[in-house]
Write a protein that binds this ligand. Structure first.
Ligand SMILES: NC(=O)c1ccc[n+]([C@@H]2O[C@H](COP(=O)([O-])OP(=O)(O)OC[C@H]3O[C@@H](n4cnc5c(N)ncnc54)[C@H](OP(=O)(O)O)[C@@H]3O)[C@@H](O)[C@H]2O)c1
Length: 245
C-alpha cells in the first residue's frame, strides 16, 4: 500500500520519516522549485505531475493506495488537483495542514485580507517600513511600495533583482523571539505583512510584532476543499494512514 505524500513542508518531512519507520512504503512528491534543506525519508519524486490528468495517471500506474496532501497551506493549486485526481480514481485523500494562527489571542487585532493583492494597500495605510514575510513568489505584488523600505525575508533569494530600497534576507526558520524582535527594531519596521501559514516554526515574528505594537497585515488561507478530511498534526495523519490508534 504505497502512500503518495505531497510535500515541500516540515510536516511532510516528519510524516515521511514516521511512515518509513512504521514500514509503510511512501513516495514524497516535491515541486522542485526550491532546494530542500533535507530530503524526506523513503522514495522521493520531483516535479509537477502535469495537472489533474497527470496525477490521475500517476495514481494509477504507481498503484497508490492513499494520498496525504501535506503541502503548504497556500499551495492551493496542487491541493485542488489532488482532490480532483483522488475523486476521479476513488483514492482516499487526507489534507494535513498545520494549525492556523487565527486562534491566537492577538489575531483579532490583525488586518486580515482575503488575497495577497489586497495586502499592499492595507499595509500602505498603516506603515512605511515593511517586513515582508510572504515567500519570494508573492513578493512582486509589493513592487512600487510607497513607503520606500522593504525587508524581504525568503528561504532562497529571488532569481530576479529586487527594486531599489529593498533589503533581501535569505534565512530558513525556525526563528526565535529575541532574534525577531532585534530584526524588527534594527530595521525600524512599522508594519509586518505575512500569510496565515500557521504552526510554531515561524510564529515568533508575530510575538515580536505584538510585543513592539507593530501592526500586522495577514493574508487568510484559501478555503478548505469540500469533501477532503483535514487534520493538523503528523500524529493524526499517521493514524489515518496506518489505521492504528
Ligand atoms: N505557497 C507557499 O507559500 C509555499 C511555502 C512553502 C513551501 N511550499 C511548497 O512549495 C511547493 C510549491 O508551492 P506553490 O504555492 O507553487 O504550489 P501550487 O501553486 O499549489 O502548485 C503549482 C504547481 O506546482 C506543482 N506542484 C506543487 N506542489 C507539488 C508537489 N508537492 N509535488 C509535485 N508537484 C507539485 C503542480 O504542478 P502540476 O500541475 O504539473 O502537477 C502544481 O499545479 C508546494 O509543494 C508547497 O508545499 C509552498
Amino acid at each position: 500500500m504505497t502512500v503518495l505524500l505531497l510535500g515541500g513542508t516540515g510536516e511532510a518531512r516528519a510524516l515521511a520519516a514516521r511512515l518509513a519507520e512504521a514500514g509503510v512504503p511512501v513516495v514524497s512528491s516535491l515541486a522542485g522549485a526550491a532546494s530542500p534543506a533535507v530530503l524526506p525519508a523513503g522514495q522521493v519524486r520531483v516535479g509537477g505531475f502535469g495537472g489533474v490528468a497527470g496525477m490521475v495517471d500517476y495514481l494509477r500506474t504507481h498503484r497508490i493506495a492513499r494520498v496525504v496532501d501535506a503541502t503548504h497551506p497556500f499551495a492551493a493549486q496542487i491541493s485542488t488537483n489532488a482532490a480532483a485526481a483522488c475523486r476521479h480514481q476513488g483514492t482516499p485523500l487526507l489534507r494535513l495542514s498545520r494549525p492556523s494562527w487565527r486562534t491566537r489571542p492577538d489575531a483579532s487585532g490583525w488586518h486580515w485580507v482575503a488575497r495577497l493583492a489586497d495586502a499592499r494597500a492595507v499595509a500602505e495605510g498603516v506603515g512605511h517600513r515593511v517586513f515582508l514575510s510572504v515567500g519570494r513568489q508573492s513578493a512582486a505584488v509589493f513592487t512600487g511600495w510607497q513607503g520606500g523600505y522593504v525587508l524581504l525575508r525568503v528561504v532562497e533569494p529571488p532569481q530576479t533583482p529586487v527594486p531599489d530600497g529593498w533589503e533581501v534576507l535569505a534565512a530558513r526558520g525556525p526563528f526565535d523571539f529575541a532574534a525577531e524582535r532585534a530584526l524588527l527594531l534594527s530595521r525600524r519596521i512599522d508594519v509586518l505583512v505575512t500569510k496565515d501559514s500557521g504552526g510554531d516554526q515561524t510564529a515568533a515574528k508575530l510575538d515580536a510584532a505584538a510585543a513592539l505594537g507593530i501592526p500586522v497585515v495577514i493574508v487568510a488561507r484559501p478555503p478548505d476543499l469540500p469533501g477532503v478530511p483535514i487534520v493538523d498534526s503528523v500524529d493524526a495523519a499517521l493514524r489515518w494512514v496506518t489505521g492504528r490508534h
